[in-house]
Design a protein around this ligand. Structure first.
Ligand SMILES: [Zn+2]
Length: 140
């Protein structure tokens, strides 16, 4: 069964293995709201089923072989990264903060992003400075 990507207004993004079909929304494991399916910006979504373009113009997508079937998990991984980037962009827009916090849900079922607080940003700068100091002094 194909993996579908969803992102929720609460900042959570997750994948769900579902039967082939239309899955425009799915219950968010984080807030129980309705998360929307994320379509990849580019590339090919194997989960699209009947909505897939008949010919993507890329032979490997239109005529999958056993080798490509193995490659699908890599594609799914890549799509997940893209979906997360889209969610991050959205959270940055909504919170007005470039730095984000990241929280894993139970069993790594989902990742939730939020705008980082001033304290978090301060802490990160401190960590970066201490690493830089350790590198300069030859401790790392
Ligand atoms: Zn949610």
């Amino acid at each position: 069964m194909p993996k579908y990507l969803f992102s929720c207004d609460c900042g959570a993004t997750f994948t769900q293995t579902l039967k082939i079909g239309e899955h425009k929304t799915h219950v968010c494991p984080s807030c129980s709201g309705m998360a929307k399916q994320v379509m990849p910006k580019f590339g090919f979504n194997f989960a699209l089923g009947k909505n897939s373009p008949g010919n993507s113009g890329v032979t490997k997508h239109d005529y999958p072989t056993a080798d490509q079937a193995v490659g699908q998990s890599a594609d799914a991984r890549w799509q997940e990264i893209q979906a997360r980037d889209e969610v991050k962009e959205e959270v940055r827009k909504n919170t007005g903060r470039q730095a984000l916090t990241r929280k894993h849900g139970p069993d790594n079922k989902y990742i939730e992003y939020g705008g980082a607080s001033a304290e978090v940003i301060q802490h990160r700068k401190k960590v970066v400075r201490s690493v830089e100091t350790a590198v300069k002094s030859g401790k790392l």
